[in-house]
Design a protein around this ligand. Structure first.
Ligand code: HEM
Length: 545
C-alpha cells in the first residue's frame, strides 16, 4: 500500500541523498575540517559559494578587505582556504626557502592556463625560463633599451601635446581625446593613452614589433583580445573550482576562452619573424634566443637530467612567455599610472607639491631621462601610494600549502583536508588597506613613504596631523616577493617615473567631470588585473615664460 512509482521514488531518493551529502559537508567543514580552528564568517567557512561570489563580482578586493578588518590578519575565506594580511605572510608563503624546505607551489587550478609560461611553470621550467629571461631585464639590457623606450614615451607626449594645441581648431581630436578650450586644454582618456604607450613599449621589447597603438591612437586587436580574456579568466577560475563540466561545455561552445588559440598563434608568428631577423636589438626575444633555440619536440620532452635546467627554450616556449610578458608588463604599469593620475588630479595639495618638485628639477623636458627621474623622492612616494590604494594586481595569486604543512605567521597550517590542499591567499588590496598595517589606510598620503613621521596636508595641517606608524609598512609588496616575484619591477618603475614626470612637467591635471571622483573608482572591476573605465582628465599645458 506504501508502494511509490519508481518515477517518483528515484528522484526523491536522489534529492534526499543530495541534501544529506550537502548537510554532511557543511557539518564537516564547520566542525571536523583541519582548518576548523581558524576564524572567518561561518558561511565562508562552511561553503565555497561566498568566496566564488566575491571573485565573480569583480569586487573581491573590497569585500576581502572588509572581511579581514572584521576577522583579523588570518581568515578562513573558504572551507579549504586561508587568506592573510599580516606582512610576515609574504615571506612565509612565497619567500626563498631555507634548509631544503619545499615551496608552497602555485595553485594548480588557478594557473592551469599558464603552465606553459613562467607564471605557472613547474619549478624546473621556472628556473629555465627565469634564467633565460633575466638577461633581458639586467641593468645592462635596460640601459641598452633606453632609446627604444624613450622613442615611445616621446610619441606619447607628441600625441598629448597635439590634442592640447593652442587653438582647438588646430587640435587633432579622436574618440579618446577632445580639445575643449581656447586655453589649449583638452580632455583626454588617460587610461587609453597609458595603455597605448605601455603596450607599444612591451610589444616592441617582447616581439621586436610594436602594436602601433600610439601611431594609430587605437587599441590593437590583440590588445583588445587580452582585455576580454582577463575578464573571462575570473569566471573560468570559479567554474574550475566547482563546475568543471559547465566550464568544459562553455569552452567547447567558445563562450569562454575563445580567443586563446588565436592569441597564441599570433604570438608564435611574431616570435618566428623576430627570430629570423639578423639583428642585435636589445629586446627580450633577442635575450631569450641568445642561448640558441631548441626544437619544439626536444623541448617538450621534459627531461630531468642534470642539464635539464639549462636546456634552451623552444620557439613555442619563447612565444608563450612573450605572450605572458606582454600581459604582465603592460596593463599593470598602465594601471599604476592611471591610479597616480587619478589621485593627482583629485587632490590639489598633492599636485602642487609634485608639480613643484618636477618643474624645479628640470629646465627642459629633454633633461627628463632614465637616470634623472631617480632624483624625485616625492614623485616616487606618489607612485607607491597610488599602487598601495589601487594595486595593479589586487587579487590573490594563490599558492597551495606544501605537503606536510607549513608554519605561516607563527601558526601551523595543515597540508589540507580530504583530497584538497590548503589554499594560501594574499589579497594585496586587503593587505595594503588594512588598518593594522597602515595609519589612516584609506587616505592618499604620499608622505608615509618619506622620512618625515608626521603627515599633514596643508589644508588639514592643524586638524589632521597624523603620526604614521611605519612598523608594518613592509606589508606593501605590489611586485610580490621570493623566487617568483616580478622580474619586470625595475622596468616598471622606469616607465612609470619617466611618464609621470613628463606628464607633470607638461600639464596641469583636473578631472573633466568632478562626479568621476567617485564614479571612476566605483566602476572598476578586478579579475586578477583591474578592468577600468575611461579616465577623462583635463590636461592644461603649463605656461612658461
Ligand atoms: C606596476 C607594474 C607591475 C606590477 C604591479 C607587477 C606585479 C607582479 C606580480 C605581483 C607578480 C607575481 C606573480 C605571481 O606570483 O604569480 C609579477 C610577476 C611577473 N611580472 Fe610583473 N608587475 C608589473 C610590471 C611588470 C613588467 C613591466 C614586466 C615585464 C615587462 C613584468 C613581468 C612579469 C613576469 C614575467 C612575471 C613572472 C615572474 C616569475 O614567475 O618568475 N611585470 N608581476
Amino acid at each position: 500500500m506504501f508502494g511509490f512509482s519508481p518515477f517518483i521514488a528515484v528522484p526523491v531518493a536522489a534529492a534526499g541523498l543530495g541534501v544529506l551529502v550537502a548537510v554532511y559537508n557543511l557539518f564537516y567543514n564547520l566542525f571536523l575540517h583541519p582548518l576548523r580552528g581558524y576564524p572567518g564568517p561561518w558561511l565562508w567557512r562552511a561553503s565555497q559559494i561566498p568566496y566564488n561570489k566575491a571573485w565573480l563580482s569583480g569586487r573581491g578586493p573590497a569585500i576581502l578587505t572588509r572581511v579581514h578588518e572584521q576577522y583579523g590578519d588570518v581568515v578562513r575565506v573558504a572551507p579549504d582556504r586561508l587568506s592573510y594580511t599580516h606582512p610576515e605572510a609574504w615571506n612565509d608563503i612565497r619567500g626563498h626557502r631555507k634548509g631544503g624546505h619545499g615551496e608552497n607551489g602555485k595553485d594548480r587550478n588557478f594557473y592551469v592556463y599558464s603552465v606553459n609560461n613562467i607564471l605557472g611553470a613547474s619549478r624546473e621550467n621556472h628556473s629555465r625560463y627565469r634564467r633565460s629571461l633575466a638577461h633581458g631585464f639586467s641593468a645592462k639590457s635596460m640601459q641598452d633599451q633606453q632609446p627604444l623606450i624613450a622613442q615611445y614615451v616621446d610619441l606619447l607626449f607628441t600625441r598629448l601635446r597635439a590634442h592640447t594645441a593652442a587653438s582647438p581648431s588646430l587640435a587633432d581630436d579622436n574618440e579618446h581625446a577632445t580639445a575643449v578650450a581656447a586655453d589649449g586644454s583638452a580632455i583626454v582618456d588617460l587610461v587609453a593613452y597609458f595603455n597605448f604607450a605601455t603596450f607599444d613599449i612591451i610589444g616592441d621589447l617582447a616581439f621586436g614589433a610594436p602594436f602601433d597603438c600610439l601611431a594609430s591612437e587605437q587599441y590593437h586587436g590583440w590588445v583588445k583580445a587580452i582585455f576580454r580574456s582577463v575578464e573571462q579568466f575570473g569566471m573560468l577560475l570559479s567554474l574550475r573550482r566547482h563546475a568543471l563540466w559547465l566550464l568544459k561545455l562553455l569552452v567547447r561552445a567558445k563562450v569562454l576562452g575563445g580567443g586563446q588559440a588565436w592569441q597564441a598563434a599570433y604570438a608564435r608568428d611574431l616570435v618566428h619573424r623576430r627570430l629570423k631577423l639578423e639583428t642585435t636589438r636589445p629586446d627580450f626575444v633577442g635575450a631569450l634566443g641568445a642561448a640558441g633555440v631548441q626544437d619544439d619536440n626536444v623541448a617538450n620532452n621534459k627531461g630531468s637530467g642534470p642539464d635539464s635546467k639549462l636546456r634552451p627554450l623552444s620557439a613555442t616556449e619563447i612565444a608563450e612567455n612573450m605572450r605572458l610578458v606582454v600581459l604582465a608588463g603592460s596593463e599593470t604599469t598602465a594601471t599604476a599610472l592611471s591610479a597616480a593620475a587619478y589621485y593627482v588630479a583629485t587632490l590639489p595639495d598633492v599636485q602642487r607639491r609634485l608639480a613643484a618638485e618636477v618643474r624645479a628639477a628640470f629646465a627642459a623636458e629633454a633633461d627628463i631621462d632614465f637616470f634623472s627621474v631617480n632624483a624625485l623622492p616625492y614623485m616616487l612616494a606618489v607612485l607607491n601610494e597610488a599602487m598601495r590604494l589601487f594595486p595593479p594586481v589586487p587579487t590573490p595569486l594563490p599558492r597551495d600549502c606544501q605537503p606536510g604543512g607549513d608554519t605561516i605567521c607563527g601558526r601551523y597550517v595543515p597540508e589540507g583536508g580530504g583530497a584538497k590542499q590548503t589554499g594560501l591567499d594574499i589579497w594585496p588590496q586587503a593587505m595594503f588597506h588594512s588598518s593594522r598595517n597602515f595609519t589612516a589606510p584609506e587616505k592618499f598620503l604620499p608622505e608615509r613613504w618619506l622620512d618625515d613621521d608626521s603627515i599633514a596636508s596643508s589644508e588639514e595641517k592643524t586638524a589632521h596631523t597624523v603620526k604614521v606608524n611605519k612598523d608594518r609598512q613592509h606589508a606593501f609588496q605590489p611586485f610580490s616577493v621570493g623566487p617568483r616575484n616580478c622580474i619586470g619591477k625595475n622596468l616598471a618603475y622606469v616607465e612609470m617615473r619617466l611618464i609621470l614626470a613628463r606628464l607633470i612637467w607638461n600639464f596641469d591635471l583636473a578631472l573633466a567631470d568632478p562626479a568621476d571622483e567617485k564614479r571612476w573608482l566605483d566602476a572598476c572591476r578586478s579579475f586578477n588585473l583591474t578592468m577600468k573605465g575611461p579616465l577623462k582628465i583635463r590636461l592644461t599645458p603649463v605656461k612658461r615664460s
